[in-house]
Design a protein around this ligand. Structure first.
Ligand SMILES: C[S@@+](CC[C@H](N)C(=O)[O-])C[C@H]1O[C@@H](n2cnc3c(N)ncnc32)[C@H](O)[C@@H]1O
Length: 201
């Protein structure tokens, strides 16, 4: 299924803005994971809305096993060409979220959640793919006057409704690229280690 993203696939990686965003998102991922006990080396990760794999390639370099999910065949084709070129054996691609394995250490969603028809519902589906203690993290533009993006409260509400705990939403990074300042949000949370209903306190 192509939701209009196919036409951006060729040349996506040539945009300094897209590359700078992925670089900065990856740096903020490392700081979010600090202290969670999750290390990228050997982690099982779903990169949802992976596009051409600008974040996927960093995860692969860090030693993660990645399932890269995207509904755009053309975006996935660019990533698949990279997989062939580099001979990566630790990343697979799919257009179907339902093909993703469960029990993941980490779900990453870089600049995709604000484009979803049902963002809260998808956040719930993605959370169900985490192991207890696994981390969900998303980066999105903060909602602007033209109504593009997500507000801090929308992200907080969606992640809490998805069943995540330790939910935090903050400015992810501030980076200049192609004459613009990029200042997206990062939202993250952890799948509870114990079933919520069995907590004693
Ligand atoms: C702005 S691009 C971001 C791509 C990549 N994460 C990056 O940062 O370079 C948004 C991506 O989300 C994908 N996408 C949109 N709706 C989706 C859905 N329902 N399921 C999976 N991917 C989706 C698009 O095909 C597109 O590749």
């Amino acid at each position: 299924m192509d939701d209009g993203w196919d036409r951006y696939a060729d040349g996506w990686d040539d945009h300094e803005g897209a590359r700078a965003y992925a670089r900065a998102a990856f740096a903020s991922l490392e700081s979010v994971l600090d202290g969670t006990g999750i290390v990228l080396g050997g982690a099982q990760v779903v990169d949802f809305g992976c596009g051409t794999g600008l974040l996927t390639e960093r995860l692969v370099d860090a030693g993660s096993e990645v399932v890269a999910v995207d509904t755009s065949p053309a975006m996935l084709a660019v990533l698949e060409a990279k997989i062939d070129r580099h001979g990566w054996t630790t990343v697979t691609t799919t257009a179907e979220l339902a093909d993703s394995p469960s029990g993941n250490d980490l779900i990453v969603c870089s600049s995709v959640c604000s484009f979803l028809d049902d963002y809260p519902g998808t956040a719930g589906q993605l959370t169900a793919l985490l192991r207890p203690g696994g981390v969900f993290i998303q980066w999105d533009w903060e909602r602007s006057e033209d109504d593009h993006g997500l507000s801090r409260s929308e992200v907080t509400d969606a992640l809490r409704s998805a069943g995540l705990e330790r939910v935090e939403v903050e400015t992810a990074f501030e980076v200049e690229a192609e004459g613009q300042t990029m200042r997206p949000l990062v939202g993250h949370g952890r799948r509870p280690v114990e079933p919520v209903g069995r907590r004693l306190s």
